[in-house]
Design a protein around this ligand. Structure first.
Ligand SMILES: Cc1ncc(C[n+]2csc(CCOP(=O)(O)OP(=O)(O)O)c2C)c(N)n1
Ligand SMILES: [Mg+2]
Length: 548
């Protein structure tokens, strides 16, 4: 006789799930037993937060929800940062948590917190399963909700008595494709007219344009229309090819070199912009007109209020828009000049040999060793701005960063997921010494899973980004430095291979030899953050005087 947990696992198999990440508790033991008898692998992590980051990254890279599991109370609450990461980042994910029995209360209120209530603001849907027979329909609906635009996390709580409840045969619900309506002809005509009338149109690729299914349609839109483009941090690398039209990445909200192109444009075709991101430019009454192209309507913000919208399935809608404008546009040659100026400025100091190396040099060296399809996964720290600004991508989804929740701690888990999904590609996690330590215990998971992975730690013995903001705001330098373990020994204690870069010129060969080898490698390099203020404050303010 099948029980609730068997139905749950069968329903997950029915959705194509092949792995579940997490830390089970005793309330999950029926599910663990059902997993033992299934094709789904249970991948233990050393903290639930890492499991959620991994599951979310699965969703981000494939469009199909990753699944994570935890116990009730403490374990479930440990998933919550991952829930918020997936919710703000629009990454499809399913979180399964256990709970004490609901029909009896043999342990009174031991370990019980209202997990559903805590998950509600962090998810698209949070539900308790109250009968085994309802599992197939609830799981199907959970996957639909997680995947449907705008994608995100769904939480299901399975109490242990429901997991153990015997049921008769309950049929599974077959998955059906999600088909979205295409933008209406009137909206496409209006947008086409605005684009054709514009003198200096510019495309902006936002976070939503990084959805895996948009790689081809977006790349084709750029190829067909030849409109120059820039991107937001999370829209970085969402098109494959078309690099000669790339104007830069908006890592700051204004005043960076890329904003010269934004300021020059008279129309911005904003594709997939999601205002969870720090504004890539600030709209104002005198700025360029904006057409929002998205799966859903734009949210209206003080800094983003598009003049027209093309709302619908983005891929086919863009193809119809390209049909209307292809061959009719004259691209202003000034953009070409601006482009070489912007990209030239970005290349500044990338060759400098001083030790510790500058962020610009580190980004350049990483780019040197990463093939076009190599994947760099960032944690969150000061270097994120430098990578977003300076790291050129040529293939979609090859620089994964979080400019939505902007949480520390996701660098290593997201790289582990990327490495599991694409074992033949080079995968590099880039972490600060602060962020790495927030989930460094997953080095054990990575070694146990036999992953091929390189972790680059940028050591400044500080929460560098906050220290920098402190300096920019003219506060005294106080309270933001810490000590580090010996990262080489630390890596070795996990069975990984540790390296310390002691000369700037050693960075490339160290990275190269780590990638040529197999297994988990950790490379630590000090970083010189003097450039943060020199470039990102003084230089930019000097060149763009209107910024206070
Ligand atoms: C979980 C979390 N805690 C705190 C912050 C605030 N925060 C943003 S960047 C940063 C410092 C990051 O330090 P590190 O990882 O060493 O990178 P660095 O900036 O020094 O290169 C902090 C504390 C955050 N974004 N996420
Ligand atoms: Mg640091």
């Amino acid at each position: 006789m099948p029980k609730g947990s068997d139905l749950l696992v069968a329903a997950l198999e029915n959705e194509g799930v092949d792995r579940i990440f997490g830390v089970p508790g005793e309330e999950n033991l029926d599910v663990v037993e059902s997993l033992r008898n299934s094709k789904i692998k249970l991948i233990l992590t050393r903290h639930e937060q890492a499991a959620a980051f991994m599951a979310a990254t699965h969703g981000r890279l494939t469009g199909k929800p990753g699944v994570c599991i935890s116990t009730l109370g403490p374990g479930a609450l440990n998933l919550s940062t991952g829930a918020a990461y997936a919710h703000l980042g629009a990454m499809p994910m399913i979180m399964l948590t256990g709970q004490k029995a609901i029909m009896t209360a043999k342990q009174a209120r031991f370990q019980i917190v209202d997990v559903i209530a805590s998950m509600r603001p962090l998810t698209k849907m949070a539900r308790q399963i109250i009968s085994a027979a309802s599992i197939p329909a609830i799981v199907r609906d959970a996957f639909r909700v997680a995947m449907e635009e705008r994608p995100g996390p769904v939480h299901l709580e399975l109490p242990e008595d429901v997991a153990g409840e015997e049921t008769g045969e309950v049929p599974l619900v077959p998955p059906h494709p999600i088909e979205l309506p295409v933008a209406p002809p009137a909206a496409l005509d209006r947008a086409a007219e605005m684009i054709c009338k514009a003198q200096r149109p510019l495309v902006m690729l936002g976070a939503g344009s990084s959805r895996p299914k948009l790689v081809e349609p977006l790349s084709s839109f750029i190829r067909r229309t030849r409109i120059p483009f820039f991107n937001t941090q999370m829209g970085k690398g969402s098109v494959t090819g078309g690099s000669n039209l790339y104007m830069g990445t908006a890592a700051l909200s204004s005043g960076d070199y890329v904003h010269r192109a934004v300021d020059y444009a008279d129309l911005i075709i904003s594709i997939g912009h999601d205002t969870v991101e720090k504004p890539p430019f600030i709209m104002g009454p005198d700025g360029p007109k904006v057409i929002h192209v998205g799966f859903t309507a734009a949210s209206v913000e003080q800094v983003y209020f598009p003049h027209a919208e093309v709302v619908g399935d983005v891929g086919p809608s863009l193809a119809l828009l390209a049909d209307r404008i292809e061959g009719k546009l004259r691209i202003d040659p000034v953009f070409t000049g601006l482009r070489s100026e912007i990209l030239g400025r970005i290349r500044d100091r990338a060759d400098e040999g001083r030790f510790p190396p500058t962020p610009q040099r580190i980004v350049r060296d990483v780019r040197k060793v990463m093939p076009e399809d190599g994947i760099v996964c960032l944690d969150n720290g000061m270097y994120k701005i430098w990578f977003a600004r300076n790291y050129r991508t040529h293939v979609a989804n090859t620089l994964l960063l979080d400019n939505a929740l902007a949480t520390m701690g996701a660098g290593l888990p997201s790289a582990m997921m990327a490495s599991m999904l694409y074992p033949k590609r080079r995968v590099l996690a880039v972490c600060g010494d602060g962020g790495f330590m927030m989930n460094s215990q997953e080095m054990e998971t990575a070694v146990r899973l036999g992953l091929n992975l390189v972790v680059l730690i940028l050591e400044d013995s500080a929460y560098g980004m906050i220290r920098w903001k402190q300096a920019v705001d003219a506060f005294p330098d106080w309270g933001l430095c810490f000590g580090n373990p010996d990262f080489v020994k630390y890596a070795e204690s996990y069975g990984a291979i540790g390296h310390r870069v002691k000369r700037t010129d050693d960075l490339v060969p160290t990275l190269e030899s780590a990638f040529k080898d197999t297994g988990v490698h950790l490379i630590t390099v000090p970083i010189d953050y003097v450039e943060n203020t020199r470039v990102l404050v003084e230089e930019l303010r000097g060149r763009v005087p209107e910024i206070a």
